[in-house]
Design a protein around this ligand. Structure first.
Ligand code: AMP
Length: 568
């Protein structure tokens, strides 16, 4: 970046004004360049586009697809076939997407153009955010983990988006230039042991506490998880700082070496942190107290992450929580240009030059419409055409149009598409489950308790089948309240199919299973052990019976079961 930061941020805002004012033309051009770049791809050749690049021909020739439809092509790429299959130039890397509520990951093609979009979106978002929440020359506590990249048997790079993006030098330079330097050394972030990295993130944050202006993570769960860990290890962290000696729990030599460069004995700081921690009431506001110059917390806090907002705000105290960008391993969608709006009401403004977007209305007529043809107030499923070889790809997300920024829409994330819970004619989505848990949380809040995490399961082991909700709670609730919660959960599913099945007893009473503290951490650790990325991992909101390991973790940790008394 040659110009100074002020000129640069002015420039990115101006550029965004230009493209967002002319979204339809930009979309046409984006589609044209994607189709021209990839004209020689076998997939496009087989569809008879014959060089046409206009949206009308594109929609007439190219079918809407899901990941499953593209699997035969992706598998050939995985195996190392380097003819132009989905893209003109061979794909050199695949990324592992977790974009599912059922805990099943999938590989999607990756291209470096993702980085260009990432830098553009993050810079624009930063520049706009900085007008309301300015950050100057500080450091950032970034709770990220870079799981190692590997290779497919065909020699392609394999990893998560985070590992491709955050390990990229160009990206890091761009980020450092605009935001603030990440306080954790890169050697630490890249280490394989997630628990050790988390401990060091916390330690680095404390060492640089006066300089930290921003705390961030990709998903807000990571910040909550970090401070749940802090509750357990804060005294050990204080000891490390007091003595200037790193805890023996850190065993990775490269991490010890990197940390030894920044950890020096500082009894005064250790005493101060000790005083802060012992003076807090149930850890309320710990982040604000530990990082007095922090301006805000930045992490995706919508969709399935909304469940962690109460815990996040509890730890944050008065510090604002700003929800970040909206995107997927497949491609970017948009960013939050209204940082002071609470996450519950946040929308993401679409960048019309990242991908070519279509929207399938959830209404009677499911005919896809273009980016600028969407209606405010309506819900749609997103379809993407990307530079990395996905054409008319159903992302699997449902969004609602809340308005327009110039001529590009602003989208509220609603839920993953499709049904999460179904036994017969009932159809309940991820959002229906979330709302049921929110309703039960209100009963727990009366006892000053919070839901730590939750998931669900369809139990068909005996007739009639029934829904099971697993809740981890941050303390002990009375039997009476928990019984009420089970009934409340049951009554909260108001889809007509569920209601009639419950009344007719073709679906049995909902069962609440309360699990021990730490159960969801065990599930998290299980997924990490299976190679998932700690940065991107999301709790699966429904666990199928076939996922025997996760079902075993849940069931082994059940403290008590409560059967709903609704519809008796
Ligand atoms: P992944 O492919 O693992 O990167 O996950 C992408 C998925 O995460 C998206 O398809 C969404 O379902 C979800 N997601 C990403 N960003 C947001 C956001 N800002 N709000 C809610 N959900 C999001």
């Amino acid at each position: 970046m040659s110009e100074n930061l002020e000129e640069y941020t002015k420039k990115v805002i101006e550029e965004f004004e230009v493209i967002s004012n002319d979204a339809e033309r930009v979309q046409r051009e984006t589609l044209k360049s994607i189709l021209e770049e990839n004209a020689s791809a076998e997939y496009l050749q087989s569809l008879g586009l014959n060089g046409r690049t206009d949206p009308e021909s594109f929609k007439a020739c190219v079918p809407l697809v899901t990941h499953d439809d593209l699997l035969p092509y992706i598998n050939r790429i995985f195996d190392g076939e380097n003819s132009p299959i989905l893209t003109g130039k061979p794909i050199t890397a695949l990324v592992l997407s977790s974009g599912t509520t059922k805990g099943k990951s999938k590989y999607v093609p990756w291209s470096d153009t993702f980085l260009d979009s990432a830098v553009q979106i993050l810079h624009t978002a930063f520049a706009i955010r900085d007008r309301e929440l300015p950050i100057k020359n500080g450091k950032c506590l970034s709770i990220v983990y870079l799981s190692a990249q590997s290779q497919t048997k065909g020699g392609l790079k394999l990893g998560t988006v985070a590992s491709h993006v955050v390990s990229n030098k160009r990206y890091n330079e761009a980020m450092t230039a605009i935001k603030s330097e990440i306080c954790t050394p890169q050697e630490v972030i890249c280490a394989p042991d997630f628990q050790q990295v988390l401990y060091c993130h916390l330690l680095c944050g404390l060492i640089y506490r006066d300089q930290i202006q921003l705390l961030e993570a990709l998903f807000s769960y990571s910040i909550v998880q970090a401070f749940r860990t802090f509750e357990q290890v804060w005294e050990e962290l204080c000891n490390d700082i007091r003595e200037g000696v790193l805890s023996s729990r850190i065993t990775v030599p490269s991490v010890r070496a990197a940390m030894s460069k920044i950890l020096k004995p500082d009894p005064e700081l250790a005493n101060l942190i000790h005083k802060i921690c012992t003076g807090l009431n149930n850890w309320y506001g710990v982040i604000q107290e530990l990082f007095p110059n922090a301006k805000y917390l930045l992490a995706i806090a919508t969709g399935s992450m909304e469940a962690y907002l109460p815990s996040l705000r509890h730890y944050a105290g008065e510090l604002p929580v700003v929800t970040n960008d909206y995107g997927a391993s497949e491609g970017w969608v948009g960013t939050n240009l209204h940082p002071t709006v609470p996450a519950e009401f946040a929308s993401y403004t679409v960048f019309p030059n990242c991908c070519y977007y279509e929207f399938i209305p959830l209404s009677e007529d499911p005919k896809p419409v273009g980016l600028t043809e969407v209606n405010v107030g309506e819900e749609y499923e997103i379809v993407m055409t990307t530079r990395s070889g996905l054409y008319r790809y159903k992302l699997g997300d449902v969004v609602k149009v809340t308005g327009f920024y110039n001529s590009t829409p602003e989208l509220k994330f609603i839920r993953r598409s499709g049904t999460l819970l179904t036994i017969n004619i009932d159809k309940n989505t991820e959002n229906d489950l979330r709302l049921a848990v929110v309703a039960a949380s209100k009963l727990l809040a009366e006892e000053k308790l919070e839901v730590v995490d939750y998931t669900s399961h369809i139990d068909l082991s005996k007739e009639p089948g029934h829904y099971v909700i697993f809740l981890e709670i941050n303390g002990e609730a009375s039997e009476e309240v928990l019984s009420e919660c089970s009934t409340c959960l049951d009554k909260s599913f108001v889809d007509p199919g569920y209601l009639s099945s419950r009344k007719g007893n073709t679906i049995g009473p909902l069962e609440l299973r309360v699990v021990r503290r730490g159960t969801f951490q065990k599930i998290f650790d299980h997924f990490i052990g299976m190679g998932a990325s700690a940065t991107q991992l999301k709790t699966p909101r429904c666990v199928p019976a076939t996922n025997t390991k996760v079902m075993q973790i849940l069931n082994e940790n059940v403290l008590n079961k409560y059967i709903s008394a609704a519809f008796n």
